[in-house]
Structures are given as structure tokens and as C-alpha cells.
Design a protein around this ligand. Structure first.
Ligand code: DHB
Length: 391
């Protein structure tokens, strides 16, 4: 069978693209190896830029982000014994929304179902081909066992950081930029009341910690750990001891509760350029990964597909692949700003395994120069809320 746009990956990027294309009257088929339940139960970051919120609202996905999310007008940067608030509203007139990625996914999956979109979860044997022709193909076996071959005008790889589509691009046709970090995050969910009204990005000589929230009764927290850390070796008591120690250094005390989820999150920076090859385009984590500090991953994926939907509309209308190059050009500009911001927040706030007292004090100096300056704070607020002029 045939569709205009074949989409490999039905996470937030793939589903938002499928939705935006449907709004423009362009049909698509989106497939994913994972079941809907599996994606819904993968904990991810929880902060949406204003532009991401607007995209969900304005394109008609759902207004649940306003009803069930929490508006945050700033963050706390904690270091050197105290907290320093970055006032997003006061500095740049923007806010962020605390709304977990899993809820964004649920809203998008519901909207696609509501609008009769063709989305198939739990497929197997996925392969793609004929990418440099004007009739690329997507092959897979449905959850019910039937094999399919779908030809399309353009194929989109929105299949995440372990992307199958990305690997179809020959080495000679792209550049991969890569950076690793000698630490990871230990992430938990705890059944406890909020410890703070806004996020706390906490620098300390004992390592970084991030205090985030989910609801009045469920909280999300992270602390810097070794990438090889095994969650089974971490009792609740041991986790709380680490978190309290790091937060106590800056005058905070956390409200404790039972810990219901423990995971170690990898840290990586990665970009593959260009984000297109023949009639294939990459979007979201398939094309780039950021370390989690600053919560740019999902926001960047949504920014990608907002641009991609526009360029694919042009490409389909004119039966021409040049808009894919325009997509790369437009998307990559934001990708590298987000790469820099995520890298900067990461290196400013985390303690390297071999850090000297000089390194720690220098970071405190850097943090003080940001929080102590309207210009420094404004810079951080602009990046965190999603770059004005691009919203
Ligand atoms: C969350 C995750 C992040 O990486 C971040 O920078 C802020 C918040 C979260 O999961 O709530």
C-alpha cells in the first residue's frame, strides 16, 4: 500500500509530526516497535518550553497541558550554601510548564486515535529501503502478525536515540558529532509532598542533584552518579542520604517518602548532520541527543517536527526533495544552541570524578557570575524557556 509520509517511531516526535501533517491534509502511517503501554511507562523529563505548550494547544492536540500541568515562572540555582532564583517571567516574560513527557505522549496518541490517524504500535521486523528514490519503502510486521510493505513519498526517522533509520545514512554522506560525560543521573520517583515550589538545580561539593516535581503527592528527583551504578545496590535510605547531603549543603531539607522507581540515565551529546538523506529525514533523538540537564530533548524534538511538517508540506506539494535540505538548515540552528545550553548547564553544575577544590570553587564563581548579573540570568532564562523570537 501507499501513503504520503512513512514515519518510523511513534513517540512524541513521530506522533506530533503525524498530527501536524493530518492538520495540513497529508496522510501518514506511523509505526513503533514498542507497545503503547511500554512508551507510556517510560519515565522521561517533565519540562516544556512555552513554544512546546503552544504547539500542543494551537495545533489542537489537547488542552490538558494547561489543566494538569503546573506553570513554573523560574528555577532555583543552589550553590555555595544557598539558593538563587532565576525569575523567567521578570527577566524574559516567559514561563515553562511542568508536564511529563509521558503525558505529552498520551495526549498525542489519544489525538491520533480521535482523528483516525494510522498509528501502529508493537510492530516487529522493521526495515526501510529505496531511500534515494522518490518511492522509499517501510516494511514491518503488524502486532497481529501480518506483514506490510508501505511505499511513500518521504520517510521520516523519528525512532529515538537508538535509531534504525539513522544507520541507513552512509558514513560518507554525514558527519557525527559526539561527546561523552564521566557521570550519569540516578533518577527516582517518590510518593512525597513537594520539597520546593520550583525546580532546584543543586551544585554541591558532593555532586549535582536536581529536585523536580510531578504532582502534589509524587516527586521526581535526580542525583549525579557513576554511569556504571547498579540501582539494586541502592536502598531508599542510601538514596535519601545522598540527596539530603547534597541539598543540605545549600540549606534545603527534602521531604522523604517511599521510592517507587529507580533508574540510571545515560549522559551523551550527539548530532548527525545533515538531518536528511535522499528521501529520508531524521527528527528528534534519532538526529541528536542532549544530556538531560535543562530538559531540552523533548522540546527540541517538537521544534524539529514543527519545522519538518512545513517543509514536508512543500516537498509533497511540489514533488521535490529540496525542502528537506531547508529543514536541516532551519532545525540545526536550534539543535546547536540546545547542544551548547545542555552542555553548559551540565558542566557548570556537575562535579567531575577527579575534580579538585579549585574546580569546585571555580564553578561556584561561574554560578555566582550568572545569578549575580541581570545579563547572565537573562541569558540562562532565554535558553531555558526556549529562545525568544523562535517561540
Ligand atoms: C526534569 C528533567 C530534567 O532533565 C530537567 O532539566 C528538569 C526537570 C524532570 O524530569 O522533571
Amino acid at each position: 500500500s501507499r501513503t504520503r509520509i512513512g514515519i518510523v517511531g511513534a513517540g512524541p516526535a513521530g506522533l506530533m509530526l503525524s498530527h501536524l501533517l493530518a492538520v495540513a491534509g497529508i496522510d501518514s502511517v506511523a509505526i513503533d516497535l514498542r507497545s503503547r503501554e511500554e512508551i507510556e511507562h517510560t519515565h522521561r523529563a517533565g519540562i516544556l518550553e512555552q513554544g512546546s505548550v503552544d504547539l500542543l494547544l494551537d495545533s489542537g492536540v489537547s488542552d490538558r497541558v494547561h489543566r494538569d500541568g503546573y506553570r513554573h515562572d523560574g528555577i532555583e540555582l543552589a550553590f555555595g550554601g544557598g539558593g538563587h532564583r532565576i525569575d523567567f517571567q521578570g527577566l524574559v516574560g516567559a514561563s515553562t510548564q511542568l508536564y511529563p513527557q509521558t503525558d505529552v505522549f498520551i495526549d498525542l496518541a489519544d489525538a491520533r486515535e480521535r482523528d483516525g490517524g494510522d498509528v501502529r504500535f508493537g510492530v516487529t521486523d522493521v526495515s526501510v529501503g529505496d531511500l534515494t528514490t522518490d518511492s522509499p519503502v517501510m516494511r514491518f510486521t503488524d502486532a497481529d502478525g501480518s506483514a506490510h510493505e508501505i511505499r511513500c513519498d518521504f520517510l521520516v526517522g523519528a525512532d529515538g536515540s537508538r535509531s534504525l533509520c539513522r544507520h541507513q545514512v552512509p558514513d560518507s554522506e554525514c558527519t557525527q558529532y559526539f561527546r561523552e560525560y564521566p557521570f550519569a543521573w540516578f533518577g527516582i520517583l517518590t510518593e512525597a509532598p513537594p520539597s520546593a515550589p520550583e525546580l532546584i538545580y543543586n551544585h554541591s561539593p558532593h555532586g549535582f542533584a536536581l529536585i523536580s516535581q510531578r504532582t502534589e503527592t509524587l516527586q521526581r528527583m535526580y542525583f549525579q552518579c557513576d554511569p556504571t551504578e547498579n540501582v539494586d545496590e541502592w536502598s531508599d535510605d542510601r538514596i535519601w542520604e545522598q540527596l539530603q547531603r547534597r541539598l543540605n549543603a545549600n540549606g534545603y531539607t527534602l521531604k522523604e517518602g517511599p521510592i517507587t522507581s529507580k533508574t540510571v540515565l545515560p549522559f551523551r551529546s550527539f548530532v548527525q548532520e545533515p538531518m536528511h538523506y535522499g528521501h529520508l529525514v531524521l527528527a528528534g533523538d534519532a538526529a541528536h541527543t542532549v544530556p538531560p540537564t535543562g530538559a531540552k530533548g523533548l522540546n527540541l524534538a517538537l521544534a524539529d517536527v514543527r519545522v519538518l511538517a512545513e517543509e514536508l508540506e512543500r516537498a509533497v506539494r511540489n514533488k521535490d526533495a529540496t525542502p528537506l535540505a531547508t529543514y536541516t538548515q532551519r532545525a540545526v540552528a536550534r539543535v546547536w544552541k540546545a547542544q551548547h545550553f545542555s552542555y553548559w548547564m551540565t558542566t557548570m553544575l556537575h562535579t567531575l570524578p577527579d575534580a579538585t577544590p579549585f574546580d569546585v570553587r571555580r564553578q561556584e564563581g561561574e554560578l555566582a557570575s550568572v545569578t549575580g548579573s541581570v545579563h547572565g540570568s537573562t541569558y540562562l532564562a532565554e535558553c531555558y524557556t526556549g529562545w525568544p523570537g523562535e517561540r
